[in-house]
Design a protein around this ligand. Sequence first.
Ligand SMILES: NC(=O)c1ccc[n+]([C@@H]2O[C@H](COP(=O)([O-])OP(=O)(O)OC[C@H]3O[C@@H](n4cnc5c(N)ncnc54)[C@H](OP(=O)(O)O)[C@@H]3O)[C@@H](O)[C@H]2O)c1
Length: 235
Amino acid sequence: MSRASSKVTFPENIRVYKTDYSEPSLISALEGHDAVVSTISGSGLKEQQKIIDAAILAGVKRFIPSEYGIDVCHPKAMEIVPFFNQKQQINAYLRSKESQGITWTSVATGPFLDWGLQAGLFGFDFKNRSATFVDEGTQPFSTTILPTVGKAIASVLTHASDTENKRIFVHSFRTTQKQLLEILEKQTGRQKMSSGQGGVFELLQAAMFKGGCGSDFETEFEVHNDLLELRPDNL
Ligand SMILES: NC(=O)c1ccc[n+]([C@@H]2O[C@H](COP(=O)([O-])OP(=O)(O)OC[C@H]3O[C@@H](n4cnc5c(N)ncnc54)[C@H](OP(=O)(O)O)[C@@H]3O)[C@@H](O)[C@H]2O)c1
């Protein structure tokens, strides 16, 4: 589904339903579908409440909310990253609707590794050869590459009963900022990156790389890679 006003383009083989997010439009888009996978942006998170209401009326069986990060329900993480509260509220809304016939699965993946390295989310500024570390960069955290995020979501739907009304944690690896830097330096043959100042992702980095804030799935939660039959990735 895409807004009528949207300038986003899609590959030709993707069927796109243009919607104004009104109830009749959403119901007509959702009727006959088993699941909704929401990838709505941070600014549109609240719209999900309307989509969930319409999904229930349309008989959709499973809703996957737009989460895909560290544990957005972690109290410390919510304190550090205010917009996690909106994701947590959608999670609570889904729980409150279980009796109306819809099921949900939220998918925590940690930061996207491949996308995040390019975007500067991991604290590495390739142009200026600088690195910003949280707590010396030694705290382990879970991270997932985008293809595995996609496989995990597909696998949630093919393991529908095992993942019903659950928070699911998947990752490609458990690593640290320091380990990533070592690999980057080795792979690029570059000189050591100097220590730099914080960037636009400071808030997220503070929660993701600090430890004890819901980002190290192996120690804080159960990792569900085996349940979803995800093959190991190679760091
Ligand atoms: N773990 C990570 O490293 C990581 C990284 C990035 C994102 N994420 C998460 O992934 C999810 C998707 O993020 P994204 O960056 O991919 O999103 P995005 O590209 O910024 O936006 C996705 C789509 O949301 C729709 N949208 C935007 N504003 C809207 C509004 N006000 N009302 C309705 N629809 C709206 C737009 O679709 P149309 O224009 O087609 O209507 C847009 O193309 C979020 O939950 C985000 O936090 C995680």
